[in-house]
Design a protein. Structure first.
Length: 290
């Protein structure tokens, strides 16, 4: 009797696991399908956005070549350079802001600590693009919406509010024992020395997580970049460039190159996530544990 119950439970568990695996396989196909379609389109030799077959009838590398050679209308290399510069600068500044604010809120007790944390939580409920009109007119009043200063304006937009996104990093810093800080203070270390020489070396997972998220925001953003750049085509970012390729006057000749550009800009992000996946998971789990 007990043996039959054991085999029955084992059979039910096997069936349940099989159903779960089938569902996950179906979801994986649904998620992979758009990626496969974009990759195939990037190698398609036929022009235009409307085709009768899923698989290209002929393949070519001209779509990738066109991105770097045909710069008379849409200068993809310039857009890539602009985006890379903005993303790297914003990432460095935003990472420092996030780690500094998170450390202060985790280790220091001051009068406005709780109100600031509550304010940041409330502001986090609203999307950032709600303030884009006000931000644009502030930047315009400062003279940062023309010429090369547009890149500075975008860097300020992406890194200015980074201090409000402290929750995950603060949760990680809370897991580091305060006894380490107290021992360092007794040895004569300053708060800055504790932060830079003790806390940061122990916080590699959350640093990697913060760097990844701080880099992706400017790399993929379209709304703020479009509002601030406006008609300054020499300051366009990749997101604006890909959007321009889908406009009525360009879509017939640039649609397949649009797919090629989408593949190219996804490679750096995919490589970063694959290489740093272990640190990324450790950072999130440490924050939840805190």
């Amino acid at each position: 009797m007990a043996v039959n119950k054991f085999h029955s439970a084992k059979r039910k568990r096997f069936i349940n696991n099989s159903i779960v695996h089938v569902i996950l396989a179906i979801l994986a196909c649904v998620w992979v399908f758009p990626i496969l379609w974009v990759i195939l389109t990037s190698f398609r030799a036929e022009k235009g956005s409307y085709v009768s077959t899923f698989f290209p009838q002929s393949f070519t590398l001209d779509n990738y070549t066109k991105l770097f050679t045909d710069t008379t209308i849409l200068n993809f290399p310039k857009m890539f350079t602009n985006t890379l510069f903005i993303a790297v600068c914003s990432c460095i500044i935003a990472t420092f802001y996030v780690l500094a604010v998170s450390y202060c809120l985790s280790r220091m007790k001051f009068k406005l600590r709780k109100p600031y944390m509550n304010m940041a939580m409330i502001l986090g409920l609203f999307p950032g693009f709600m303030s884009m009109i006000a931000v644009y007119f502030i930047l315009k009043a400062m003279g940062l919406t023309e010429g090369n200063l547009i890149r500075l304006a975008l860097i300020l937009c992406y890194s200015g509010g980074a201090g409000l996104t402290f929750q995950i990093a603060k949760g990680f810093f809370d897991t580091i024992p305060t006894a380490i800080d107290e021992a360092a203070l007794l040895d004569g270390c300053t708060r800055w020395q504790i932060f830079s020489k003790i806390t940061l070396p122990l916080s590699k997972p959350i640093i990697v997580y913060t760097v990844l998220t701080s880099f992706m925001a400017p790399w993929l953003d379209f709304i703020f970049a479009k509002v601030i750049c406006r008609a300054n085509s020499d300051q366009y970012t990749i997101a604006i460039g890909l959007w321009k390729m889908l406009e009525k006057e360009y879509i017939d000749n640039w649609y397949t190159s649009f797919a090629a550009g989408a593949v190219l800009i996804s490679i750096p992000i995919a490589a970063l996530f694959l290489f740093m996946q272990r640190y990324y998971v450790d950072g999130v789990s440490g924050a939840v544990k805190g």
